[in-house]
Design a protein around this ligand. Sequence first.
Ligand SMILES: O=C(O)CCC(=O)C(=O)O
Ligand SMILES: [Fe+2]
Length: 209
Amino acid sequence: MSAALQESLLDVIDDTAVLPLAGAVRRTELSRGAWIDIRRGWVSGSGPLFERLEAEVPWYAEKRAMWDKILDVPRLLAFYGEHAPLPDPALEEAKECLDRYYGTELGEQFATAGLCLYRDGRDSVAWHGDTVGRGKTEDTMVAILSLGAPRTLMLRPRGGGTALKHSLGHGDLIVMGGSCQRTWEHAVPKTSRPVGPRISVQFRPRGVR
Ligand SMILES: O=C(O)CCC(=O)C(=O)O
Ligand SMILES: [Fe+2]
């Protein structure tokens, strides 16, 4: 069975389960002290989780001033601050799993969860680092769980260089660590391919945004 088929079969299993990270995470060292970890299929039964979140999270649209225009942010958003109950028990479990696996290396716990809903290929996030707060000056981690249809997350060194592409969906985990937020940038580009909706859940430590 192909890996992709196996992944999409796991995705329709009804019970959402957060699978172990130990022994299943693959780390790639990038330049300048940045790294990424990937754990494919970290959450099984992620299809039903996607549907619960899509239906139950109080998604909001944001507008941003850009030059002399007010533009819609091209994705829907939700944010759960420190101590706010997460919108699904599977996300609480995911956060606990991240804390167990990364706690020692990170030196603190993940504290907040930001959610993005990319409704279709027109939704996107432009090149950026998560540099509002401590990510601007300190090494940190941002752990992203991807649910629903895979979208391409791109990463490139700040100031130029070859971009890396990872297709992430169906319960995959990527963790951006070390100096990644200040020395690299990431983006989810728009696509003209017909794609289904994707939700990303970004777990961050306190003061990282
Ligand atoms: O959706 C993603 O995977 C990336 C989201 C992101 O970079 C952000 O919200 O800062
Ligand atoms: Fe980001």
